[in-house]
Ligand binder design. Structure first.
Ligand code: NAD
Length: 315
């Protein structure tokens, strides 16, 4: 994530210092950024705005904004932010790219917590526009505003989350779906492949243009309520990781990397799945970049009009 985040800010015109404890990762980062630039059809010279530093103090010197993207271990994140706080000014924003830890726990050891918050990028950060900006109880409004502006200016789609809940919004939604998917397979309703077909060929494609609450408004909340009265008592409510998931991991079936997870994967099948995803995200990012001026005009138009009711027939 670190090289992708560094690249997107460099492409937006910022000077960036990138540090990794593993210096081979730093060497590799330049190549990966060049691949990102090629995917987006951008000038690779933009990568020259990145300084690849072998010393963390040099990487963050004079920085207005620092984002940590070390592995998802609470103590590592706390240590890195604590170290960085000793190297930057009191007004430098300190952000964590944690996927799920509450921000207040990641930033607990800082002296000036008002300038700390979560910036949850999605992978790969240069291709997915959403960034969840997570405000912890101690985060100041100024810090949120500066972060939202910086991200929007870099072409991202920042959303402000006012409460620091584990998993934020995106991962809570994604894992709520996974909970039911795993339970359906465990109960023998269908196999894992069928779950994926139902999502990819059913409601998945429309999620990119119509979110779940927009879709509820479209079909009518009375219909949504009626479906919920039938479904809610029946949906999975396992309070722990599902036993099927625990069993598979215990057996070493950790997914594509192991050749088996919920489904079996040969190496070429796994590579093809990754390529399919990369190609899709890259073409979507290119199309969005081409459409950006028109969308900005549409949005400013929408802002100046009141909303009106819509009827329709999506399910
Ligand atoms: N991969 C994703 O899809 C994704 C998406 C959103 C958020 N995240 C979050 O982003 C963070 C990073 O994830 P990733 O997938 O890039 O992990 P990664 O393991 O690929 O990269 C982490 C890097 O941090 C370096 N590192 C470890 N300790 C360090 C230290 N003390 N100082 C400096 N560098 C150090 C490692 O050498 C490694 O290169 C995690 O918190 C993860 O949960 C990941």
């Amino acid at each position: 994530m670190g090289h992708g985040i560094a690249y997107l800010f460099a492409a937006a015109g910022h000077e960036v210092g990138l540090y990794d404890a593993d210096h081979t990762v730093l060497a590799d980062a330049r190549t990966r950024m060049a691949a990102a630039a090629a995917t987006l059809g951008r000038d690779p010279a933009e990568i020259e705005r990145v300084r690849f530093e072998r010393d963390v103090a040099r990487a963050v010197a004079d920085a207005d904004f620092v984002i940590e993207a070390v592995p998802e271990w609470l103590s590592s994140k706390q240590e890195v932010l604590e170290q960085v706080e000793g190297l930057v000014s009191k007004t430098t924003v300190l952000a964590t790219n944690t996927s799920a830890f509450p921000i207040a726990r990641v930033t607990a050891r800082l002296h000036h917590r008002e300038r700390a918050l979560g910036t949850h990028f999605w992978n790969p950060p240069h291709l997915v526009s959403l960034v969840e900006v997570v405000q912890a109880p101690s985060t100041s409004e100024v810090t949120v505003a500066r972060t939202m502006a910086l991200l929007a200016d870099a072409g991202k789609r920042p959303v402000h989350l006012r409460r620091d809940v584990p998993g934020f919004v995106g991962n809570r939604l994604q894992h709520a779906l996974k909970r039911e998917a795993i339970a359906l397979v465990a109960e023998g309703v269908c196999d894992a492949e069928t779950i994926d077909v139902v999502v990819k060929e059913g409601f998945g494609p429309r999620l990119a243009v119509l979110g779940p609450l927009e879709q509820s408004d479209l079909v009518g909340l009375d219909l949504t309520l009626s479906i919920h009265r039938t479904l809610m008592p029946d949906l999975d409510r396992t309070a722990e990781p599902h036993p099927l998931l625990v069993k598979l991991v215990g057996e070493g079936k950790t997914g594509m990397v192991a050749g088996e997870g919920f489904r079996e994967w040969t190496a070429p099948q796994a590579e093809a799945a990754q390529r399919r995803l990369d190609d899709f995200l890259a073409s979507r990012a290119r199309a969005e970049a081409a459409r950006a001026p028109a969308r900005a005009a549409e949005e400013s138009d929408d802002d100046s009009q009141s909303t009106s009711g819509t009827t329709g027939g999506a399910s």
